[in-house]
Design a protein around this ligand. Structure first.
Ligand code: GLY
Length: 351
């Protein structure tokens, strides 16, 4: 079996090869129970394909509700309860079949049940393929604040099967594209130039593979996010605050939609504080604006966004820490940004 992408503790394997690997793991590991964690969408659209690709028998299905608003402790309580009442023990395995909510939350319940049981991620959205399911971060939201409770806990295996992308609406693909684009921005000009000129974006095996490679290399250098891994949060300081603000409202945004605003604003800030090239800033704004719908943000909401920044996980000693760029592939870490410049950057997005 040749591995497509190898992290230290786990592997990312594509399509049929990945499912064969999963069959072998289950055959050779003597698990007491194998739980398959789905949500209402993946049960309907992805379960059938998963079952056809594997020859796993006697799976116990455990289900959570889709949507970021359900990535919380109540859903975890239901999942722990199900696993426990179905006879789960320390030798059980959880397979997460779903998007970022399923893989983040499924990883979290596995990492804490009986102090940690094995889990495997089978991401079904572009976002979870390129970001959520690799890197070993698990977690849930706390109120409206994203990913505030969680663990670093690696899956045994990640299977990426681009087939699942056929089950997704266009907005979900676009949501994942924001992370693909971010990976290119923190990596190098080649990848960035390839993406920025495209009017029609593609989500093929090669694009996904390259994007996961960028993340994997960074995580291999700095698993616990002491330095380099922080660059994966580019666009997320402002992006997460916007996503949180609109979470339970009729302006609710998909993760990638909020991150694309974060990328534009934080690139603007980068241009003011670190001379990020003006021509690239303009291309980034017009590329992302051509893909994502324009979000109106009023004056009051701008102040709410600034207020929410104080909960960002990169903060320390009461300071809001930004990741900024001197240029494509040249991140700078833990930079403080004056409030007025943050306001100006959101106005730049809105202009
Ligand atoms: N999504 C950011 C990270 O995995 O570090």
């Amino acid at each position: 079996m040749n591995i497509d992408i190898s992290a230290k503790e786990y592997s990312v394997i594509f399509s049929k090869k990945g499912f064969n690997y999963l069959n072998n793991i289950v055959k050779n590991s003597n698990y007491s129970k194998v739980f398959l964690h789905v949500d209402n969408n993946t049960k309907k659209y992805c379960l059938d394909h998963f079952l056809k690709q594997t020859n796993l028998k006697n799976l116990e299905l455990i289900e959570s509700k889709d949507g970021e608003e359900n990535k919380n402790i109540n859903s975890c309580l239901s999942l722990w309860d199900l696993i426990s009442s179905l006879g789960g023990d320390r030798k059980s395995l959880v397979i997460n079949l779903g998007g970022g909510v399923v893989t983040d939350m499924g990883g979290f319940i596995a990492s804490t049940f009986k102090r940690g049981i094995d889990y495997i991620n089978v991401p079904t959205t572009l976002l979870s393929m390129v970001d959520a399911s690799v890197g070993g971060k698990t977690g849930i939201d706390f109120g409206i604040l994203k990913n505030q409770i969680g663990t670093f806990y690696d899956p045994k295996l990640v299977i990426v099967d681009p087939f699942f992308l056929n089950t997704l609406p266009k907005e979900e693909l676009l949501s994942g594209y924001a992370e693909v684009f971010k990976h290119s921005m923190i990596n190098d000009n080649n990848q960035f130039n390839e993406l920025i000129i495209k009017k029609e974006i593609s989500f093929d095996h090669q694009t996904i593979y390259k994007s996961i490679l960028v993340k994997n290399e960074i995580v291999l250098k700095d698993k616990k996010e002491i330095k380099e891994r922080k660059s994966l949060n580019y666009g997320h300081t402002i992006g997460h605050a916007i996503e949180s603000l609109f979470l339970n409202t009729n302006k609710k945004l998909l993760h990638g939609e909020a991150i694309s605003i974060g990328i534009i604003s934080e690139t603007y800030i980068s241009s003011k504080l670190f001379n990020f090239p003006e021509n690239k800033l303009k291309s980034i704004k017009s590329h992302l604006n051509s893909l994502y719908k324009k979000v109106e943000i009023n004056e009051l909401e701008i102040y709410d966004i600034i207020d929410l920044l104080k909960h960002d996980k990169k903060n320390s000693h009461g300071k809001v820490n930004f990741i900024l760029l001197e240029d494509i592939g040249k991140p700078v870490y833990d930079k403080q940004v004056p409030k007025d410049l943050i306001i100006e950057s959101l106005k730049y997005y809105l202009s």
